[in-house]
Design a protein around this ligand. Sequence first.
Ligand SMILES: N[C@@H](CCC(=O)N[C@@H](CS)C(=O)NCC(=O)O)C(=O)O
Length: 227
Amino acid sequence: MAKDMTLLWGSGSAPCWRVQIMLEEKKLQGYDQKLLSFEKMEHKSQEVLDINPRGQLPSFKHGNIIVNESYGVCFYLESQFKNQGTKLIPDDTDQQALMYQRMFEGLTFYDKVLTVIYYEYFVPKGERHDSAVKRNKEALETELKLWEGYLQKLGAGSYLAGPSFTLADVVVFPTVGILFRFGLSAQRYPKLGEYYGLVKERPSVKASWPPHWVEDPKGDEDTLKDL
Ligand SMILES: N[C@@H](CCC(=O)N[C@@H](CS)C(=O)NCC(=O)O)C(=O)O
């Protein structure tokens, strides 16, 4: 039980999902948590600002210790609860190096996904440029091909850094989840499709599946369908 931990989070946010998967993997269920609404601007409430002056989610507290950055929370929890739950940093040097490499490439990956999705959502129709949409989608396609190649090289049934589930999967899987939620084709990206199929069945991932996706399993499948 992790009663001395508090997580303020929002549904469908990849950074929040990373932390939730991490808490599940480290068997830290029972933590204090509050689901906040981005639509209602609850991430800018005093309750969040008291923990996180950026007014962002996740906001995370363990006793008096505050760590808000999702990658920071993951590293912190792995280091504090090394011998509890899943061991998420492999001892094997090659796998460990690959894990760090993929984790940080995961930030670029997420950025490219967000650039395409956010354009549709946040740039007003009259201000959108076809050339920008095309450029953003091409950049994401290039990125997707890289990850297809990485998975292809590792072989069927592999995680992002090899045969075991690691921190790389904790932080990158939510990006992959978002891609398929927004209509990425598993036919055109079969390795990512296989990886998605494998990891989405993991108890930690199932337990933390974004609640508004559970309520509405369809999602906005048109956004990425032509990639
Ligand atoms: N680098 C942060 C990013 C957190 C973040 O961008 N959270 C978004 C939700 S996905 C948010 O709260 N956005 C509202 C805002 O920035 O005002 C992390 O990885 O934890």
